[in-house]
Design a protein around this ligand. Structure first.
Ligand code: DAH
Length: 332
């Protein structure tokens, strides 16, 4: 066999072998190509090696060298075909690697008000307050009567409450929970309760028909207004920062005597915004739950959770909390 024919055959063997490895897209195809070209018994490389004997001795060296490069090239092509198929994306036929990737699913997180609630509970927990709960659908006894709000009181007006058909109502304040806790438990009491309250208020940047309050109640021997003031001040500093300014204004609530309203200096520093109400638990309330006002006294407070969160984060509109705008929510 003359050398140039033999080399020509080697080269077409190389070209077709490389092509087979390059285009195989499944492991079975790679294996079939390996057997066809590199198979030890009947592979084409094996045959090409045996052709050496047919070449005249003086040309064998040259053929041998070319043979070796072809064999190495096919072995390398086999390796790289195997490696290519080991990558998982190659298992999907028709994969277009130039397409944009699948976006990572966006992780959700807790609503800013839920985060606030947890933080408030944590802060009061460190001041020794446990957590209580109460129903959102209340009866008039817990929402009004036991809180010393008589039938004639304007706070009971149907225009200011969401009454339900069976005489129950959506609670207008979390002070209901004070009553429920004291009914169940003898003094001392030290709890906070967070929940929704409902009032048919005109909606504006600081008012809504549904919002959250955090209610606090502490009843024990010798509790005074000083305990109330220092508790609220400590809390405000803890939640809003050491340099927060709050003020107490004399006020009136049927269930406290004396009563105060608590304001905080709003972010921007140019106006005071009401944080909530507070006071010393009225003796009538203590009596309504069977406590002896000559034995124990207590303080109570009810603060607006949205407003605390707004002050803390510089939010200007309470409606943001219920709009479900991801651009707003994702900032927390
Ligand atoms: N319940 C009152 C309101 O909704 C706030 C309040 C005032 C709660 C005085 C209290 C309190 O516990 O002692 O406006």
């Amino acid at each position: 066999m003359d050398l140039s024919t033999a080399i020509h055959e080697l080269e077409s063997l190389e070209a077709s072998g490389l092509e087979s490895f390059r285009t195989s897209s499944r492991p079975e195809e790679v294996e079939a190509a390996r057997i066809e070209y590199l198979g030890l018994k009947q592979g084409k490389i094996k045959a090409a090696q045996e052709r050496l004997k047919l070449i005249e001795p003086s040309a064998r060296k040259q053929y041998g060298q070319r043979f070796n490069t072809v064999k190495k090239a096919l072995e390398a092509a086999w390796e790289s075909a195997k490696a290519r198929l080991e990558r998982p994306e190659a298992a999907i036929s028709g994969l277009d690697v130039t397409r944009p990737g699948t976006p990572r699913p966006r992780l959700g997180h807790r609503h800013p008000l839920t985060q606030t609630a947890d933080e408030l509970i944590d802060l009061f927990g460190r001041l020794g307050f446990g957590v209580a709960r109460g129903p959102e659908v209340e009866d008039v006894f817990h929402n009004f009567e036991a809180l010393n709000i008589p039938l004639s009181h304007p706070a009971r007006d149907p225009a200011d409450n969401f009454y339900l058909s069976d005489g129950a109502l959506l609670r207008s304040q979390t002070s209901t929970i004070q009553i429920r806790v004291m009914e169940r438990q003898a003094p001392p009491v030290r709890i906070v309760a967070i929940g929704r309250v409902y009032r048919p208020d005109e909606v504006d940047p600081t008012h809504s028909f549904m919002f959250h309050q955090i209610e606090g109640l502490m009843v024990d021997r010798g509790i005074t207004m000083a305990h109330l003031k220092s508790t609220l001040r400590l809390f405000a500093q803890g939640y809003l920062g050491e340099d927060v300014q709050i003020r107490f204004r004399p006020s009136f609530f049927p269930f406290t005597e004396p009563s105060v309203e608590v304001d905080m200096l709003w972010h921007g520093g140019d106006r005071w915004v009401e944080m909530g109400g507070a006071g010393m638990v009225d003796p009538n309330v203590l009596r309504a739950v069977g406590y002896d006002p000559d034995e124990v006294t207590g303080f109570a407070f009810g603060l607006g959770v949205e407003r605390l969160c707004m002050r803390r984060h510089g939010i200007d509109d309470i409606r943001q909390f219920t709009l479900n705008d991801v651009r707003f929510l994702s900032q927390f």
